[in-house]
Write a protein that binds this ligand. Structure first.
Ligand code: PRX
Length: 629
């Protein structure tokens, strides 16, 4: 049970140093005139041509921000620091899974790397508006690749390095990428994950791909197709890679990236984000909500293949001129204190991770943390799934030694950056994501669209447009309108259920659609079902999410077997591995159950709600639409 009224005041040292001390004042001013607030935030950044209008809502729900302005996120994330003392400041510290491998880049040298990658992309014919697929692990080249695309006005599509060749192929084909950037292999707990081989399998069926750039990472042997594949280190030696590369000034509304995410159908959808508004929203939240300071070392553990990584690993810390820290490895390899060792060794000040990682580390016990000096930490951040009060307290008491602000924040791939958070100086309620960020307002609605009273569950909607909002779904504008703006016209439908308490704190309950958050990863039931159905033994199936102590949710599959197959322990194992190989290890079902028949509506739709209720031993609810025999 959670106690909605347990207010925890931030420690005095956090309050004293917070960028925003008067959080109530900021929420009030920004709330009174959100457009003026965003304009003020935008004025902190560089624009080569000023905007004519901050917000153009004349074509809503296709909102446009900073219309008429020209800029480039790289101008703000890299170039503008080169003329200040930040030029020689560390922009990035990177540590390999083998933590003796360390690479560091000042803003000056980061710029050189980005220019080199951008020159190479240009020489391969990549132009403004082209989509480049990036399939890289957490290594410095993922910064270079993303920033290089942005620098020349190309659109990056980062695909999470754990996806299978089928999933990668679907994303490459949909985006019609001409070029893919990858590695030979990546390190996962001491073993090599063969990423180049996965790309080979993926692009076999991708007619659009002309070139594949391969970064040498693990030194693993790979097959190189001389007509298509190029080693990055060899390209880097060529004259075309050398020299200055001008950052192209683009329209504020030009696309910066697309990021595929899961929805209610098997076909992943890609949120489109733009240069202008996105950089403003990141800059603002990094300063006000995540309290970044000039001298901070900032470590967001997310993968840039997910939105948290794109926003708060790559762009936000660089826009604010901080020092970003990136680690290649997992939190438990080789030992469950590797993160705290890194915090101690590199003096990390702000750390942003996911509830699953916190719960995983919590189970290993306090000693793994407390044997290290973690006193540099000031800000502890969590997002992606609900941070339960027990994990909140462990993060606060054990990792933060009660000296840090724990900042939960709620948002989505579609929102680009955070929307609900507990500002550093704000009193905290463990288990609540906090309040809407400055400039945002939320409501909780019932099925008919009426606001429900405080404390009542309902559909969470966002009331105000915001600068980092998705502009559309790539190549699917109707789906954009239908998914987010049609249920309650004028409001953005989040797909989450939530309640807001008497004090205005938001409590996220979970998804209301066919999306499961597993260890914070967003997975669509339809994608899992498609992978399971491609197993020859399966006639049809349904995937559901059930509560899991560490992962938040776990995937359970209920399957009807094809004629001639019988359920067995081996078959369960085989189906689980099949999903791991054909979709991703992160989507591997926890359990597979065989049944004779799936509950369906008369129109043939599988009633996952009924399966969930059965699995949890709950009331199956209204079964009047259930198909009869
Ligand atoms: O269900 C919410 C959950 O993650 C979903 C969005 O996932 P994704 O697109 O991967 O973006 C993650 C960005 C952090 C949401 O619809 N979610 C995200 N943050 C929280 C959360 N649930 C509870 N508390 C959060 N802080």
């Amino acid at each position: 049970m959670t106690d909605d009224n347990a207010l925890i005041r931030p420690p005095q040292e956090v309050l004293d140093e917070a960028n925003v001390q008067d959080w109530e004042g900021l929420l009030a001013t920004a709330g009174a005139d959100p457009v003026a607030f965003w304009e003020q935030e935008a004025a902190e950044l560089e624009w080569s041509k000023p905007w004519e209008k901050v917000l153009d809502d004349s074509q809503a729900p296709f909102y446009h921000w900073f219309t008429g302005a020209r800029t480039n996120i790289v101008t703000n994330a890299v170039d503008r620091h080169l003329t200040t003392a930040r030029r020689n400041k560390l922009a990035l510290i990177w540590v390999g899974e083998d933590t003796s491998k360390v690479r560091t880049f000042s803003y000056f040298s980061l710029n050189r790397e980005v220019e080199q990658m951008a020159n190479i992309l240009r020489s391969m014919g990549v132009e403004k508006g082209d989509v480049v697929t990036i399939y890289l692990p957490r290594i410095p080249e993922i910064y270079f690749a993303m920033l290089a695309c942005a620098k020349i006005g190309a659109i990056h599509s980062v695909v999470f390095a754990g996806y299978s060749s089928e999933a990668l192929n679907a994303r490459i084909d949909d985006s019609e990428s001409k070029l893919v950037i990858t590695v030979d292999g990546s390190w996962i707990n001491g073993s090599v994950f063969p990423m180049k081989q996965i790309v080979d399998d993926a692009v076999k069926f991708s007619p659009s791909v002309e070139n594949v750039i391969v970064v040498r990472n693990t030194g693993t042997e790979v097959t190189m197709d001389p007509t298509r594949d190029h080693w990055y280190h060899e390209l880097a030696r060529l004259p075309i890679a050398q020299g200055h590369c001008e950052t192209v000034q683009v329209d504020a509304e030009d696309p910066l990236f697309i990021l595929y995410t899961s929805g209610s159908t098997g076909k992943p959808k890609a949120a489109v984000h733009t240069h202008g508004g996105y950089q403003v929203h990141l800059s603002s939240t990094m300063k006000n909500c995540l309290d970044i300071h000039e001298a901070d070392r900032w470590w967001c553990t997310a993968d840039p293949g997910w939105i948290t990584g794109t926003s708060y690993v790559i762009y936000a810390p660089l826009i604010r001129g901080a020092t970003a820290f990136m680690a290649e490895g997992s939190p438990v390899y080789p030992y469950p204190d590797v993160w705290w060792q890194l915090v101690e060794r590199y003096g990390i000040n702000g750390m942003f991770t996911a509830p699953t990682a916190i719960r995983t580390l919590m189970r290993f016990g306090d000693a793994w943390v407390t044997k290290h000096d973690t006193s540099s930490l000031r800000i502890l951040v969590s997002a992606g799934e609900p941070l339960n009060p027990e994990a909140w307290r462990w993060f606060h008491d054990v990792v933060g030694q009660r000296r840090c602000a724990v900042i939960d924040n709620w948002w989505q791939t579609e929102t680009g950056a955070m929307q609900v958070t507990s500002l550093p100086a704000m009193p905290k309620k463990p288990g609540s994501a906090g309040k809407p960020i400055p400039g945002q307002a939320v409501a909780v609605l019932d099925e008919e669209g009426h606001e429900v009273p405080p404390g009542t569950d309902g559909f969470l909607v966002l009331k105000n447009p915001w600068p980092s909002m998705l502009r559309t779904l790539f190549k699917e504008p109707e789906r954009y309108v239908e998914t987010y703006w049609s249920k309650y016209p004028g409001y953005y439908l989040t797909g989450d259920s939530a309640r807001v308490d008497e004090d205005g704190y938001v409590w996220i309950i979970g998804r209301t659609d066919d999306v499961i958050k597993v260890s914070g990863h967003r997975i669509g039931t339809a994608e899992v079902e498609a992978a399971v159905n491609s197993h020859p033994a399966v006639a049809e199936c349904a995937a559901i999410g059930l509560p899991h102590e560490v992962k938040g949710n776990a995937i359970h599959v209920v399957a009807v077997l094809a004629n001639g197959y019988e359920g067995s322990r081996e078959l369960v194992g085989d189906i689980r591995s099949h999903v791991s190989e054909h979709l991703s290890p992160i989507a591997k079902p926890e359990a597979v159950e065989f049944v004779d028949k799936l509950p369906k509506t008369r129109s043939g739709k599988i009633m996952r709600r009924v399966l969930r209720a059965r699995a949890l031993g709950q009331d199956e609810g209204d079964l009047s639409t259930l198909e009869n025999d």
